[in-house]
Ligand binder design. Sequence first.
Ligand code: GLU
Length: 513
Amino acid sequence: MKEVRVRFAPSPTGALHIGGVRTALYNYLLARQQNGKMILRIEDTDQNRFVPGAEDYIIQSLAWAGIKMDEGVMEGGPYAPYRQSERKGIYRQYAQQLLDSGHAYYAFDTEEELESLRERQKAAGSDQQQYSAATRLQMSNSLTLGAVEVKKRLDAGMPYVIRFKIPENQEVHLVDLIRGDVIVSTTQLDDKVLMKSDGMPTYHLANVVDDFLMKISHVIRGEEWLPSAPLHVLLYRAFGWEMNMPQFAHLPLLLKPDGNGKLSKRDADRMGFPIFPLTWKDPKTGEVSKGFRESGYLPEALINFLVLLGWNPGTEQEVFSMEELIDSFSLERISKSGAKFDIHKAQWFNEQYLRAKTDQELAAYLLDGLQQGGISCSTDKAVQISSIMKERIRFPQELWEHGQYFFIAPSAYDEQVISKKWNADAVRVLTAFRDAVQKAESFDASVAKNLLEQVTTSLQIGAGKIMQALRVSVTGVGGGPDLMMIMEIIGKEEVVSRITYALEHIHANVRQS
Ligand code: GLU
């Protein structure tokens, strides 16, 4: 059987969209499962759309996501170079082959001539404004000008493009592994440019030539490329490569969470979630878009979320490691219809993966965040905090954001809790509890619990009534993990000092009001 060789072939025209990560992932899973090869090819022949930094960004994003390459711009490989701008000579040679065999022709038309073609077609009521079998003989090209004139123009260095001569009245038939049979009449197709006047190939030529030369077995890419597939089939035919044509699989779109239509950056911005794997600063506008990584998504959670947008395992299983995905993945289970991008599901996966981490692993995130905020913390304390916060967070940074009180005494208190729960009983219990803690020889969660029990029993005030007041005096907020554990972590001195401060300040507030 033919070796499975797949490629991810992005154009470095900006940040990698999250849909691109999914495309790369599906390619990767098939390659790994079939003991094949995964290739990263950079399609950078459109000089107008080239964006500096984009290639690096793509490489880093894939590495972060855990999608590893066997061959590519970084790894090299038997079919190097893998950057199309370094393969110009190759495309020129293959364009020549098509010129020689009569499948392509030189076209010298100026912008004005092309515009006037479109105008004429519009005036004639044609719904297709294109350079095609119906119009090519009215234009300035090597089919109409005669060999002498063509040579003269070429020798004089006049600008030209090379166009593909779409065969007339044929049916192009291709089998898409996801969509099934696709049949298109060549009357629907135009004579696409293969080589541009700057000497660069267009996407179509470079893509087909490279897929052939790199022995690609499966072309797995976004649905937006489906309309190009018939042209690609015709190119394979024209080159005489039909026997070696890859199989095609066009992936369903990622849809916006609300309504219909393709998920766009605008939707993501509007709804406040990332659309790029890593933070990206647009070099032209300076606009910074926060990435999934910087928003606190774990790569394994993002992968798990993405794989299920368009593919299903046929079972109830939802959480998959990369290894499990490699085992279970199949192109047959990719659906034709678009998948809604539900960011809540991504958050749910993130929670699952965070909970599966050890306290030590989470502590590393916490220590990292604290360090950036210039706060020191022992590893033991970070591990303890992680252990009690684990079930309550969706993102690693919430360890720090929701647990600031572990490090900083509150300077403000939750108003609602104060107005409902701060009363004379609370003040009596807190005062007595603070004094008891101060006298205690040792202090931990169970000591705190016992002392509180003793105090509430002797004052005959239900612990439930004053718990919120105690919490707010220690943490400033009304919710959080087990308060006794919080007090153990904060430590005796700090607990005493915080309750004392709260008794002075909150009491003053009560009196004033
Ligand atoms: N360079 C194309 C892109 O940016 C690749 C499409 C394909 O995989 O054929 O998506």
